[in-house]
Design a protein around this ligand. Structure first.
Ligand code: MGD
Ligand code: MGD
Ligand code: SF4
Ligand code: MO
Length: 764
């Protein structure tokens, strides 16, 4: 019997031989170097490995596609300005094996779907376009020309442009992303869901409302100069390793660090800089001065408890708040204070799961430091009250006047290497009117003002058969989104699914009636066009736009750049009805940048400034204390405590990344820092919770989530007893995405609540 879309969408349930050791207390060091070298030597050609390691993140080289952590503005390490994570990303992207028509002739879609995500990813780089005909079992080769026509034909056959969905993942460069959204808007829709919807959307939403800009306010230099850095809901040792170098520098300058996380992540505790030969020999730096083992989703309660104590002290002594800043720059202070007074300190503290000495130590630092930076990531954004989480952090910073001055401010740490840039240049289903007006002025067509689908809306629309064509520029939609089974049914309803990708992934196997895989150049490859090898640009987590230029020969001569794919599809779809000469852009990317500078604020002299070795900073009002909010000031906000309650049998589960994965790309089966080897189907549980359920180490269990009466199941996981707060547990995504309810998402931002899923665990 043929597999259903649901079967194909789920990872196989087989175990791979779990081994567990004690979690590491130190990150980086020789082991990180060794792991980077291992990955490079296993999957890269030796000559490519050398070129990559000398050019990655160097001025004038190419931007690491690993994450969005910024490169230093000043000197860069001659030992290589990259980390283990970056080398793994490159080893994956530039793997020496390629797959073309023969691979697809030999393996049916069903057969490929039986592989694990690790095996799918290691199949090799996609090397030519392929097509899956209706009812066919195998992908077959197709020419680029026919592929473009097919996409155009399907799009033009829709009753309404809103029946198409155009997804973007955050590796896409500014140039490709700008053209893509321009095409989508000229086609007639704003259905531009992107990975950001599942990532920092809640940060954007909270920061825009309170500070007038959806991005962080700090620079790397601020981090070096902060007196106190709070790292909340983030695991930089794995996900942003070079952030640890910046934290190390901050400590060297006398700064203090508080880490707030349900898990004692190795990178937060101690770090040995692999780029520092002396440190490699003498041991690492202790990073966190205080580790706060917070209950999952206890963050608003913790910040409120701090705010209450600060207020108490202010009312007694009067020199705790930055009153000049509050008077001059903020709005709704009085309403905020009277709301805060309704809360009880002990109730708040109880919700955090933290003991009094730990709280007091945190309070002492917050009270006495004037330059505070708060860094955060998915541990705060993937909850139903994610926007409240972030707004409450802003309240704390505003009271302390810790915004828009040296060494202080907001630092949402972005994920994908250009996810921030994509949004800046228009990948936004809810783009502001001013941006749409500029498009209209420049190109002479009127973009729809109706908001398009975000990720959650797009999945629902496909399920309800309101959306019939799915187009993905990068990413791995089915493995990244919540509620895997529901989402798979949505994709299967489509007439056509198209993916522009570098490597095979599970989304290529959960298809609409017809499907296309369009292979594109990776970041490290030279992008040859009529006017020579093209340069592109990206924006990092701190708003610096810099250039990136490939250095390796493309792995196949049948690859196109993302820019070329977008231009050709726009040309094939819009034909004479377009007001834009689409094909000109692919010959010369300077033309794209000329357009961006006219349409997007902050890009004047783009072509000139992008050639500066360390790029340029985009304007950032919050950095200058110019708050472009509705009130013209920085806004205090009123945030509630979360309302969920667990029944005795229930646990709250967060889905996290292992050390050997990049989102849905599984580099390997180990989670070295957490002491878990050769297995991903595990659940980290508090040992008392295990006892209460009579569960033994490595016992096989099944997980169930029930939401609004609907039951979802994920079977076959092994229990690992871990240092995690009581009633909390953790699993890896994408294996447990099947448990994330489509209707559980952040209010207003619609980020899936994949860090607070209420589940029960039963012996399997
Ligand atoms: N190697 C590697 N690098 C990556 C990625 C990757 O997958 N692999 N992904 C990239 C992307 S797109 C992103 S968005 C980032 C993600 O970077 P992170 O946000 O660091 O990644 P997560 O694994 O989702 O982990 C979040 C952390 O939040 C904690 N946490 C969970 N719930 C809560 C909570 O309620 N409160 C608090 N205080 N903490 C909580 C978890 O214990 C975990 O340590 O990394 C980017 N970089
Ligand atoms: N349960 C749960 N779900 C989550 C999360 C979580 O913490 N928990 N995190 C969420 C987050 S933060 C994010 S950002 C999303 C990630 O969602 P996505 O961005 O959709 O997923 P990725 O795994 O980053 O995409 C990897 C694929 O991108 C393609 N690719 C790689 N490089 C390129 C390139 O240069 N160009 C093109 N065209 N394609 C390329 C490859 O084919 C690869 O298979 O997942 C979200 N899903
Ligand atoms: S910190 Fe991120 S951007 Fe920097 S080298 Fe590592 S993976 Fe690449
Ligand atoms: Mo992300």
């Amino acid at each position: 019997m043929s597999k259903s879309p649901i079967d194909k969408a789920n990872t196989p349930e087989e175990f791979t031989n779990l081994k567990v050791t004690k979690p590491a207390k130190n990150s980086g060091g020789f082991k990180a170097l060794k792991s980077a070298v291992n990955h490079a030597s296993k999957y890269l050609k030796p000559s490519d490995a050398i070129k990559i390691s000398t050019k990655i993140n160097q001025k004038g080289g190419f931007d690491c596609p690993g994450c969005a952590w910024p490169d230093p503005d000043d000197e860069r390490s001659s030992l290589g300005e990259y980390c283990e994570n970056g080398m793994k990303a490159m080893s994956e992207e530039m793997q020496k094996t390629t797959i073309g028509f023969k691979f697809f002739a030999d393996h049916s879609v069903e057969e490929l779907a039986k592989l694990s995500d690790f095996e799918i990813g290691k199949s090799g780089r996609l090397s030519e376009p392929v097509f899956l005909a209706e009812g066919a079992t195998h992908y077959q080769p197709i020419s680029w020309e026919s592929a473009f026509k097919k996409v155009g034909k399907h799009l033009n056959a829709l009753n309404d442009p809103d029946e198409a969905v155009f997804y973007t993942s955050g590796r896409t460069t500014n140039e490709a992303a700008f053209l893509y959204q321009l095409f989508v808007r000229e086609f007639g829709t704003a259905n531009l869901p992107d990975c950001s919807n599942m990532c920092h959307e809640a940060s954007g939403s909270a920061l825009s409302e309170t500070l007038g800009i959806g991005k962080g306010s700090v620079t790397l230099d601020d981090l070096y100069k902060a007196e106190l850095v709070m790292v909340i809901g983030q695991n930089p040792g794995t996900n942003h390793p070079r952030m640890l170098t910046a934290l190390e520098k901050c400590k060297r300058n006398g700064g203090k660090i508080i880490a707030i996380n349900p898990l004692p992540e190795a990178g937060l505790i101690k770090f040995t800089n692999p780029q520092n030969p002396v440190k490699l020999l003498t041991g690492g730096t202790r990073l966190a001065d205080i580790f706060v083992p917070i209950t999952i989703n206890g963050d608003v309660a913790l910040i409120k408890a701090l705010l209450l104590k600060l207020l108490e002290k202010e009312e007694l002594e009067g020199n705790v708040f930055d009153k000049d800043f509050i008077n001059e720059h903020t709005h709704s202070y009085d309403a905020f204070i009277s709301d805060l007074k309704q809360y009880d300190f002990s109730d708040c503290l109880a919700l955090t799961g933290i003991d009094t000495p730990t709280f007091d130590a945190v309070f002492d630092l917050v009270l006495n430091k004037k330059k505070i930076i708060i860094c955060w990531a998915m541990g705060l954004t993937q909850h139903e009250n994610a926007v409240d989480n972030i707004r409450e952090l802003v309240n704390l910073l505003l009271l302390k006047g810790s915004i828009g001055k040296e060494g202080a401010g907001t630092c949402p740490v972005r994920g994908h290497s250009n996810v921030q840039g994509d949004r800046t240049v228009g990948i936004w289903e809810a783009a502001p009117q001013a941006f749409l007006d500029k498009i209209e002025n420049k190109y002479g067509f009127k973009p729809t003002t109706k908001h398009g689908y975000s990720v959650i809306d797009a999945i629902k629309a496909m399920n309800e058969k309101k959306a019939k064509v799915f187009f993905g520029l990068g990413g791995n939609f089915i493995s990244a989104v919540p509620d895997t089974n529901y989402s798979a049914e949505g994709l299967a309803n489509c007439n056509l699914t198209v993916h522009v990708s570098t490597k095979l992934n599970r989304s290529h196997l959960v298809t609409g009636k017809e499907a296309l895989i369009l292979p594109c150049l990776g970041r490290a490859e030279k992008d040859y066009q009529k006017t020579g090898v093209q340069l592109q640009s990206v924006e990092n987590s701190m708003g610096v736009v810099s250039s990136t230029k490939g250095i390796l020969e493309p792995c196949s001569d049948k690859l196109l750049s993302e820019v070329a794919v977008v231009c050709n599809i726009a040309h094939a779809t819009l034909k004479e009805r377009s007001k834009i000469d689409w094909l000109q852009y692919k010959d010369d990317y300077n033309l794209v940048r000329d357009d961006i500078q006219e349409v997007v604020d902050g890009f004047q002299d783009y072509n000139k400034r992008i050639k500066k070795p360390s790029g340029f900073y985009l304007p950032n009002g919050a950095r200058e204390r110019t708050f472009k909010t509705k009130t013209g000031k920085a806004n205090f906000s009123l945030n509630k405590l979360p309302e969920w309650k667990l029944k005795d049998s229930e646990l709250i589960m967060m889905t996290i990344r292992s050390h050997d994965q990049f989102n849905t790309t599984i580099y390997g089966l180990n989670d070295r820092y957490r002491g878990v080897f050769n297995e991903r189907r595990i659940i980290f549980m508090n040992r008392e919770d295990m006892k209460a359920r009579n569960l033994e180490e490595h016992q096989i269990v099944n997980l169930t989530s029930e939401f609004n009466g609907k039951v979802r199941k994920a079977n076959n996981f092994k229990v690992v007893g871990y240092d995690i707060p009581k009633n909390c547990c953790a699993t890896y995504f994408p294996e447990t995405n099947v448990l994330v309810p489509i209707d559980s998402y952040a209010h207003t931002a619609k980020t899936p609540a994949s860090k607070s899923i209420i589940i029960t665990v039963e012996a399997g």
